[in-house]
Structures are given as C-alpha cells and as structure tokens.
Design a protein around this ligand. Structure first.
Ligand SMILES: Cc1ncc(COP(=O)(O)O)c(C=O)c1O
Length: 385
C-alpha cells in the first residue's frame, strides 16, 4: 500500500537532541520562514484553535461581520466564523488555480468585511500583497498549506495576522498551531485564556514543545531525579523548551525542505511524461517551481474519467482520491453564507472539485513507491487517450 501521507516516524530526529548542531539557527530564515515582527505570538493545540481565538478578538475590534474566504478552503475555518457570529463571503478561485487572485479578493472587499483570509492552498501563495488595499478590514494569511513558501517572510510582515498549522498531514508532524498577530488580548489573563503568549524569539521552541508533548518524546527529555524517576513536564512548558528541543524542530524543518524539493521535482517530471501531459491540464500551475507543499494535485482534461483513474490507482494500492475542498453549500446552511456576486456561483471551484485528483504526498515516497506510482498512473492515462 502506498498511503497518502507517510508521517516521520523514525528516531533519527530524537538523536539530534543529544548532539545539537551549530549554525542551524539560521535555517528558518534561509528557508523563508522567518518570524514576522508581530507583537503577539501564541502557540495553540491546532490552527483552528488559533483561528477561533483570533476571530473572538476580531469581533471586539470591529462591528463588521463579513469574513472573506476563497471557495477552496479548509471547511473548519468558515464553520468557526459562522459559530462566532460572522458571515463567510466566498470568492471563486481562478480558472485552473486552487486560489483566487488577490485582485479578485480585493474586488470583493466592502465595508461589511471584517477580515480577508488568504490561504496558499497546495502552496500557491500570491507574491504581492500590496494589491490588498488598507482600510477594508484586516488580513490574515493562513500558511497551513504553504509552510515553506519562498515569499513567506516578506509576505507575513505585511499583513495583520499569520496562522500556521503543524498538524499531521501538513508535513512537520509536530502538531500544534501558531498565531502571529499585530493585536491581541490586552490583559495577560485574557491571553492565557485563549492560548499562551510566548516571547518572539521562542516561537519555534513553542512549536517544538507541541511536538514533544504530542509524540510522548518528552519522556526521553525530562530531567530525572537521582532515583531515576522522571518529572512530569506538563504544564510547565518552560522546563521543556531549551536549545536541544529547538534543534529537534529545526532538524525536522530541514528534512521538510528537502522533501518539498523532491516533491517539486517529481511533480515537474510527471508533466514531462507524454501520457500525463496529454491527459492533465494546468501544468504551469500544478507543476511550477513555486508551490511549496507536499500535496500534489492533477487536473484531468476529461473529468468523467476521474473515477476510473482513481479506482485503478486504488486497485494498485495507491491512495489517490478526489482532491479539492468541499464547496460551501456542502458544509454550511445556505442562509449562513454569501457568494460574492462577481463569483457567479463559483464555477471554477466547482470544476476543480470535479476534475482533480490528489496523489500521495510525493516528497515522502520512497523511490520504489514513486516508480510504482509513475508506472500505474501513466498506464491508466495511456489507456484513456
Ligand atoms: C488551509 C488550512 N487551514 C487551516 C487548517 C486547520 O489546521 P489544524 O488542523 O491545525 O486546525 C487546515 C487543515 O487541514 C488547512 O488545510
């Protein structure tokens, strides 16, 4: 079986704890994931928890209640918005793309919009946020699917808030979410109620803490008493956060960067195969040099062949499936949201949902798994044309 997602499960990372390497502290910056200069930085159990806290605070800052989303977004976020009294406004993605252009989002920003959520789905991030004019509510970048985007450092500094997810399936397998925002709870007790505030320089350590706590690895790290018994580290996070743990997290990030590069090369090589080029559209988007995510999507020129292709891959034990997030009416009551008038019923998002196939995360496949996938995929596509 070739699973969709193969988490990092070996102990190699743990070994680095005991031999922290010099010079790694630059890595975040080199990978484009430097910290924005935001005043508040909080680690949470998940990105959705962070988003919930941010929305609660937003509702205190403004009377506007619209939240602008792409029609292709993790459904959890619009659902949370509805639950907290906001009205999601959906904008269609661009033709052939998993995201709307910023110009399209800008066109939908009105007085009733409290915030615009920009989500680089499958790693596709815009390059120039200046298109989003000031004065139309706040802007939050959701980096859950664009962790190592090349422009992340520059972009994240220019918006009101940034959200990261490190949950299983996002690549780091660390667990947790992180919110960096220009504004936040004024009082310390409010901050503690909605998350925990960490010093700016300690953000990666806070994320690492989540990794350690969630995986149970803390047992290997916690200081021991002379009788050999281990101190329970939770909830005193500070005891766990040290240079060694920072090293652990950075080593995962280093590996993730390599995997992204492998995924990128494999995605491009797929489109060099005549069978894939003939059957699949939008190579310039889905096999470009820009996406920075392990997820890979193919878009069939003939959507009615999709089930046949997916089923054939499944028969070979390859966990491919339909891609695309559900459309808003599939997870929200129609009276709770609005579709931007210019988006005309979201035709591009609908097409995306009908013609796309998600492959297993290419950067995590062993070479033999990759070869097996290529052989089976080209075989079934050849038979289609
Ligand atoms: C774009 C996007 N945003 C946010 C989330 C939520 O992240 P978490 O699972 O950490 O709550 C996801 C999860 O799949 C996502 O894909």
């Amino acid at each position: 079986m070739i699973p969709r997602y193969q988490p990092i499960s070996d102990l190699e990372d743990l070994a680095t704890i005991f031999s922290p390497q010099d010079g790694r502290s630059d890595l975040l910056v080199r990978q484009g994931l430097s910290l924005p200069d935001h005043t508040q930085l909080r680690a949470y159990a998940s990105a959705r928890e962070a988003f919930r806290a941010w929305l609660e605070e937003l509702s205190q800052r403004t009377t506007a209640r619209g939240i602008l989303f792409s029609a292709q977004i993790c459904p959890v976020l619009p659902k949370l918005a509805v639950r907290l009294g906001f009205v999601p406004y959906f904008v269609d993605v661009d033709e052939g793309a998993p995201t709307p252009t910023l110009a399209k989002l800008q066109g939908a920003r009105t007085k009733s919009i409290a915030a615009t959520i920009v989500s680089p789905m499958y790693g596709h991030a815009p390059t120039d946020v200046s298109v989003l004019a000031p004065g139309h509510g706040e802007i939050l970048f959701d980096w859950a699917q664009g962790l190592l985007h090349l422009d992340a450092a520059a972009l994240s500094n220019r918006v009101d808030a940034n959200l990261w997810s490190f949950g299983i399936g996002k690549g780091l397998d660390a667990g947790g979410g992180l919110l960096a925002s220009q504004s936040g709870p004024e009082k310390a007790h409010d901050a503690r109620a909605s998350g925990f505030v960490v010093a700016q320089t300690a953000w990666a350590k806070a994320v690492a803490f989540n990794a350690i706590a969630a995986s149970g690895a803390w047992r290997f790290l916690a200081p021991r008493d002379s009788d050999g018994s281990v101190h329970e580290p939770v909830p005193h996070q500070a005891r766990l956060i040290g240079p060694a743990i920072y090293g652990l997290w950075l080593s995962r990030l280093a590996r993730y960067a390599q995997e992204i590069e492998i995924a990128r090369q494999r995605a491009r090589s797929l489109f060099d195969m005549p069978e894939v080029a003939a059957a699949c559209a939008y190579a310039e988007t889905f096999a470009s040099s820009r996406p920075t995510h392990l997820r890979q999507v193919l878009r069939l020129r003939l959507p009615d062949r999709r089930d046949h292709v997916v089923n054939d891959l499944w028969r070979a034990g390859i966990d491919a499936n339909h891609a695309g997030e559900p459309l808003p009416n599939q997870y929200l009551d129609t009276i709770t949201f609005q579709v931007d008038a210019a988006s005309d019923g979201l035709p591009n998002a609908r097409r995306f949902v009908l013609d796309s196939i998600r492959l297993p995360f290419l950067g995590r496949l062993r070479q033999d798994q990759w070869m097996q996938l290529v052989e089976r995929l080209t075989g079934v596509l050849r038979a289609q044309t």
